[in-house]
Design a binder for this molecule. Structure first.
Ligand code: AKG
Ligand code: FE2
Length: 366
């Protein structure tokens, strides 16, 4: 069975690496080096505080380097009025620093930016990581599967041979679940870069919700109430679930109390910073009050199709989003057991960002 196979990585250090796939069925696969494994040996200490410099802060707001007005080959299209921009005619792998700074700002403004026809998946692991590091230190997922020898590359893989994931999926009515990546961290991620190496023939889209718009839609009295509150985001259920399933927890879980309304350092825009994935309760409220308010917000975020965008992946698509101003969900609607529908496989590079700041000096605590 695929989930119990172990391999010895080197002679001196026997690294236990559990394969989360069946080796035999991927022998011909071009991106087999990116298939999911679990390092079940390396423990990581708690993340340390660091000074974060948002690249968007130094960007030219007009974005003359990234989106020059006199270059017809670069096409940027708004996917919806509220959230999402699609770019064609530029290679992420070729961007200079000025362009990357403007891109960071564009991602913050538009929530998610979709690059089509990219060579990014073929530039190699070191260059891929180097690109991510430009935006912030790379996050190592506390429990997730990753690319062999590159633990910062979080694996996205739902194939017929990923028995662990397939099993876990079966207890819910839907696969959708809006979240902001590992928002329980004390300095949670800013930009995430998701690259698909193999795209199913149909399905497997990803959707994003604008948390800036979600906040703006609320009535002023509710906005004012939320601006004074923090909510608890917890990594414990994820770690406990992994342990229960016999998985290795490589960094002990943490909780953070983040402002519910977060101010983006580069745009100054306010956004809701709660998500159904990791936010557990509102600090200072009675249980029923906290539950009712979070339920209201989670419904609002999940149901607001008029501030969401759903993106279809194509060969060569790379998605970059800002976790500080969006929530997102995978849409796992394809049949992993039907080879005609194809394989969905990719990797995520996740960059850590600032300690969240709210309104009137409200900061995260833990
Ligand atoms: O697979 C996807 O569409 C998104 C998965 C996800 O939540 C992520 O990469 O952070
Ligand atoms: Fe995610």
């Amino acid at each position: 069975m695929s989930t119990t196979t172990t391999v010895a990585a080197t002679e001196e250090a026997i690294l236990k690496l559990t394969l989360a796939y069946d080796k035999e069925i991927h022998e011909e696969y071009k991106y087999s080096a990116y298939l999911p494994v679990y390092d079940e040996k390396t423990k990581f200490p708690p993340l340390q505080p660091f000074e974060f410099n948002d690249r968007g802060l130094v960007a030219n707001k007009e974005k003359p380097n990234l989106l020059p007005k006199d270059n017809a080959s670069v096409k940027a299209t708004k996917l919806t009025p509220v959230i999402g921009t699609e770019i064609r005619g530029l290679q992420l792998s070729q961007l200079n620093d000025l362009q990357k700074d403007e891109l960071a700002l564009l991602i913050a403004e538009r929530g998610v930016v979709i690059f089509r026809d990219q060579d990014f998946k073929d530039i190699g692991l070191e260059k891929q990581k180097e690109f991510g590091k430009y935006f912030g230190p790379l996050h190592i997922h506390p429990v997730g599967s990753h690319v062999k020898d590159h633990i910062e590359l979080h694996n996205i893989y739902l194939g017929p041979d990923n028995e662990y994931r397939n099993q876990r999926r079966s207890t819910r009515l839907t696969t959708t679940g809006y979240h902001s990546d590992v928002s329980y961290e004390h300095q949670p991620p800013g930009i995430t870069i998701l690259t698909l190496l193999s795209v199913p023939s149909t399905g497997g889209d990803t959707a994003w919700a604008s948390q800036t718009a979600a906040y703006a839609r609320l009535s002023p009295p509710i906005q004012a109430l939320l601006e004074g509150l923090r909510a608890e985001h917890s990594g414990y259920p994820q770690a406990e679930g992994a342990r229960r399933d016999g998985k290795f927890v490589r960094r002990e879980p943490v909780k953070s109390l983040h402002p519910i309304v977060r101010v983006h350092p580069a745009t100054g825009q306010k956004a809701l910073f709660v998500n159904p994935g990791f936010t557990k309760r509102i600090v200072g409220l009675q249980d029923e009050e906290s539950e009712a308010l979070l339920k209201l917000l989670f419904h609002h975020i999940s149901l607001g199709q008029d501030f969401q965008v759903r993106v279809r992946w194509e060969e060569g698509t790379v998605a970059l989003w800002d976790n500080r101003v969006t929530a997102h969900t995978a849409i796992s609607d394809y049949n992993v057991h039907n080879p005609q529908e194809g394989l969905r496989h990719g990797f995520r590079i996740t960059t850590q960002a600032d300690k969240p700041k709210g309104v009137n000096g409200l900061e995260s605590t833990w």
